[in-house]
Design a protein around this ligand. Structure first.
Ligand SMILES: *Cc1c(COP(=O)(O)O)cnc(C)c1O
Length: 371
């Protein structure tokens, strides 16, 4: 009996990307089996962490690595590390930072909301978020000004399609933090395929989700230099207790990294591009729809299908069309961030051919049925 039958769950076709409320990603059989095996065993979690550190380092080129429960937890623990370091008394007192430097600087456009506001991850560690620049832009000069003073704990940067305004040069931002003697951390939650590039900015820690494109169980993967990985792990005896990784997540993540290292990245990227191109071609005949393939704006090697809706011809608008897709069975979920601009965006990466076929059939039915 399927999970959907057993628990009376709505069947879903997820074209909305690595979206947490829909189950984020699909793990391969090898990853699922690795996690299932871990659930039946006693083992030394510290040894698992050491194996994970070596695997993350070997894969990403970082000096060291660690696993925490998720990226939200990793952000909080990285900020805690910047505030409390490895001092046991300070670690035990957080989120009360006492007299220790606690301002956490981030470009205003990087104060994203990925289901909750990222500045809350900072506050949970006792950090005080300080936004530099505004939503349109943050210059390196503005960043330097915000980083001035001896009460700054760290610089936090986000690399994702959620950021707003002009692109901030991450390498220049990291260099500015280092000129001030402050560590720089990058939230690259859905950027696991760009980990080496993000580490190349000189960032002290880069944080990525195991459960997004890496498709492991839920895990926050930390890659960076030995000193800051150690300081982050020291928080396990403090507020990090609530953010600990499970044994099955670490083992699943190790399997996912193995799988990723065996992946032919160029071939994978061209398969994804072909999948999107085929879908776009199939949408060409839909009334009132202009379909095109567009690359991920943050540089991940994937493209998405953008369906531009002309309401007068389609007989519906993008918002109503997305709602109709979601209301059917199975529920078809698309990305909603461009609906106000009359655009439906679909990410096809984890979908089977039959699911893509079902999306096309539903679109044909919905657009033909108009008045
Ligand atoms: C998904 C996401 C997160 C949160 O990752 P979790 O592992 O779910 O905690 C943080 N930042 C960004 C930019 C994200 O996209």
């Amino acid at each position: 009996m399927s999970l959907h039958q057993r628990f009376a769950l709505t069947p879903v076709i997820n074209a909305a990307g690595t979206f947490t409320p829909l189950g984020v990603s699909r793990s391969s059989l090898a990853i699922r089996e690795a996690s299932a095996q871990a659930l039946g065993e006693f083992l030394m979690v510290e040894e698992l962490q050491q194996r994970a550190s070596a695997a993350i380092a070997g894969w990403s080129g970082a000096e060291a690595g660690a696993v925490v429960h998720c990226v939200a937890g990793a952000i909080t623990m990285a900020v805690a590390a910047a505030i409390a370091g490895e001092d046991a008394a300070s670690i035990a007192r957080l989120p009360d930072a006492g007299e220790r430097p606690s301002r956490v600087v981030l470009p205003a456009g990087h104060a994203v909301d990925y289901g909750h506001p990222i500045v809350q991850d900072i506050r949970l560690a006792g950090g005080v978020p300080v936004l530099a620049g505004d939503d349109d832009a943050c210059s390196i000069d503005q960043l330097e000004q915000a980083l001035a003073g001896d009460d700054v704990a760290c610089l936090l940067l986000v690399s994702s399609r959620l950021v707003r305004g002009a692109v901030v040069d991450l390498s220049a931002a990291v260099a500015a933090a280092h000129r001030r003697g402050v560590p720089a951390f990058i939230d690259g939650a859905a950027q696991d395929m760009r980990l080496p590039a993000l580490l190349g900015t000189g960032a002290d820690l880069v944080l990525a989700s195991g459960q997004k494109y890496l498709a492991s169980p839920t895990a926050g993967l930390v890659a960076g230099n030995t000193q800051w990985v150690r300081a982050l792990r020291a928080q396990e005896r403090g507020i990090g207790r609530a953010m600990k990784p499970t044994k099955e997540a670490i083992v699943g993540l190790l399997a996912a990294i193995d799988e990723r290292r065996g992946l032919d990245a160029a071939q994978w990227a061209s398969e994804q591009a072909r999948k999107t191109a085929d879908f776009v071609e199939r949408c060409a005949g839909l009334p009132g729809i202009l379909a095109e393939s567009r690359p991920d704006p943050s540089g991940m090697p994937i493209s998405r299908a953008h369906l531009r809706v002309t309401p007068a011809v389609a007989g519906t608008d993008a918002t109503r069309l997305a709602a109709a897709l979601a209301d059917g069975s199975p529920s078809i979920r698309v990305m909603a961030h461009r609906l106000a601009d009359e655009e439906i965006v679909l990410e096809l990466v984890p979908l089977e051919p039959a699911e893509i076929e079902a999306i096309i059939t539903r679109l044909e039915a919905l657009l033909a049925r108009r008045g």
